[in-house]
Design a protein around this ligand. Structure first.
Ligand SMILES: [Zn+2]
Length: 88
């Protein structure tokens, strides 16, 4: 899989975050990663919590890839980060 681009958008419809599997409503600021897989373009959405957790990962952790919802399930920093961001 090859990453084509990554940018920050304000969503125009509800999207599930790939990292935590939470649904975020229209108008949420999310990161979109567009990648090419077997000639098909795929868009993956990440919320601010997951982006923040991912920023602590090193490149070898990232290159292993993330399954749907795994960031929240497997990384104890997710809940901490959520509390931090949402209490601000
Ligand atoms: Zn998320």
């Amino acid at each position: 899989m090859e990453t084509i681009r990554q940018n920050t958008v304000k969503t125009r419809k509800p999207h599930h975050c790939w990292g935590c599997a939470e649904e975020y409503p229209t108008g949420t600021t999310m990161d979109v990663v567009v990648s090419k897989d077997m000639g098909k373009l795929e868009s993956t959405y990440f919320c601010d919590i997951c982006e923040s957790v991912l920023s602590h990962w090193n490149s070898s952790e990232r290159s292993d890839g993330i399954g749907y919802g795994e960031l929240k399930e497997n990384d104890p920093r997710w809940e901490d980060t959520k509390n931090e961001l949402r209490s601000a």
